[in-house]
Ligand binder design. Structure first.
Ligand code: NAI
Ligand code: 2YC
Ligand code: MG
Length: 259
């Protein structure tokens, strides 16, 4: 189970600012603009209640504080409840939260109490990183390589197919690869016979999952995956446009999807 660590979340505001600059550079839009392109929504300054959850592996240091900083960065009012769990949920509603943000070890949700809409971090993350990849202004074709077809990668691949891109997919788990081929009609990518791509979307919990043979000069790698899918050396050697951030981009996608 791929859980964030407090170290992943250090200086989250700077990480988010740097990621926003990268998104603007590669797409011409900022993260808010990508969310508007995806969902047609803009922030109405809703109040967000962030509820720490102690189940399973428990509270992750910096997680609630990072969500607070992320939500404020996108212009929402927000507060972290004093209490966790059920008591925290009650406290959030009592204190006027219109949107609840909370996560256990398996599900990170955003629930809009006003319109009933609810979002899950995994598909929302897949969709926004896939959307960013699809908006790359310097792409040389509509061919996209997707590495990782799990809870984040599969919805991202589905979004790219829906947008009319030619998706070449790969997953170490052959069952998941075959499911994506049969359900989405993607083409299986064979690492043994690699080719170059200018658009790459990766969603795995492993390092070095993108072989050098698929990298073209100034290609985009849009990846929520932790740790990073390529080495700093390869990133430099091919002048890769890397869009990668541990929590904020996916959280923005959740929030704008339920407005
Ligand atoms: P998952 O376990 O559902 O899917 C990961 C997939 O990667 C699996 O199907 C696995 O077979 C595949 N995989 C592993 N190594 C591979 C390799 N070398 N080559 C090809 N495929 C390989 O995990 P999930 O939930 O989709 O998350 C993926 C990653 O995204 C995790 O690292 C998670 O922590 C991260 N994540 C990041 C977020 C963010 O905002 N940055 C938000 C949510 C998840
Ligand atoms: O501090 C808390 O409230 C904890 N219960 C939060 C647990 C989050 C677990 N999930 C993850 O670390 C990853 C994130 C990338 C978002 C989705 N899964
Ligand atoms: Mg993110």
């Amino acid at each position: 189970m791929a859980l964030l660590t407090p170290e992943d979340l250090e200086n989250i505001k700077r990480q988010l600012q740097e990621a926003d600059s990268a998104v603007r550079r590669v797409t011409g839009l900022d993260i808010k603009g990508v969310c508007k392109a995806l969902y047609g929504t803009t922030s109405g300054f809703e109040t967000v209640g962030i509820v720490p959850v102690t189940s399973g592996n428990g509270i992750i240091g910096n997680f609630s504080a990072s969500l607070h900083a992320i939500v404020e960065y996108f212009g929402f009012d927000s507060f972290v409840t004093e209490l966790p769990d059920v008591s925290g949920y009650y406290e959030a509603v009592q204190n006027g939260a219109e949107i609840i943000l909370m996560a256990d070890d398996h599900t990170f949700l955003a629930h809009n109490l006003t319109n009933g809409k609810i979002a899950n971090n995994q598909p929302c993350t897949g969709m926004i990183y896939a959307e960013i990849a699809s908006l790359y202004t310097k792409a040389d074709s509509r061919d996209v390589l997707v590495v990782g077809l799990g809870k984040v990668g599969f919805p991202g691949a589905a979004h790219l197919v829906h947008k009319g891109f030619n998706v070449y997919g790969y997953d170490a788990d052959k069952n998941l690869l075959n499911k994506a081929i049969s359900k989405l009609g993607i083409t299986s990518f064979d690492p043994e016979t690699p080719r170059k791509f200018s658009i790459i979307f990766e969603a795995t919990p492993c390092a070095d999952t993108i072989p050098e043979a698929v990298l073209s000069e100034k290609c985009i790698i849009s990846t929520p995956g932790i740790p990073c899918a390529i080495s700093a050396e390869l990133q430099q050697k091919y002048d890769v446009e890397l869009v990668m951030e541990p929590l904020g981009i996916g959280t923005a996608s959740m929030l704008y999807s339920i407005l």
